[in-house]
Ligand binder design. Structure first.
Ligand SMILES: [Zn+2]
Ligand SMILES: [Zn+2]
Ligand SMILES: [Zn+2]
Length: 119
């Protein structure tokens, strides 16, 4: 539960190295990885692949369950402070793929400068 609390408190997508750093006294790397996977499979977290190079984890909304994730929302990655946030209110339409291609995962990330960094 510490893993979830940390992500809830941070109000943004957090990377695995960040989590390792914050929770290293409680979990080893393998346990942390397994925990993140479990939360992902339970519909509590979703992954975000931004341009920072490490996979990030963000909270799911209440519509997600099991392997059934219901959110095609936008993510915003700030190239200045490297923070990534979910825009749950900005929905993205799933693109239609050419015949013969099956999508497993969607990642919608916009790179830019966040509000904080523009101030
Ligand atoms: Zn989800
Ligand atoms: Zn920023
Ligand atoms: Zn998200």
């Amino acid at each position: 539960m510490d893993v979830l609390d940390f992500i809830i408190d941070s109000h943004r997508a957090v990377s695995q190295p960040e989590l390792e750093h914050a929770l290293v006294h409680k979990f080893d790397r393998v346990t942390l990885y397994r925990t993140l996977n479990t939360f992902n499979e339970n519909g509590l977290l979703h992954t975000v692949a931004d341009s920072s190079g490490s996979m990030k984890y963000a909270l799911c909304n209440t519509h997600c369950e099991g392997n059934n994730h219901h959110h095609e929302h936008l993510h915003f990655h700030c190239t200045s402070c490297s923070e990534t946030v979910c825009f749950e209110e900005v929905m993205v339409t799933r693109p239609t793929l050419p015949a013969g291609y099956a999508a497993v995962d969607y990642n919608f990330v916009v790179n830019g400068i966040c509000r904080k960094c523009q101030a």
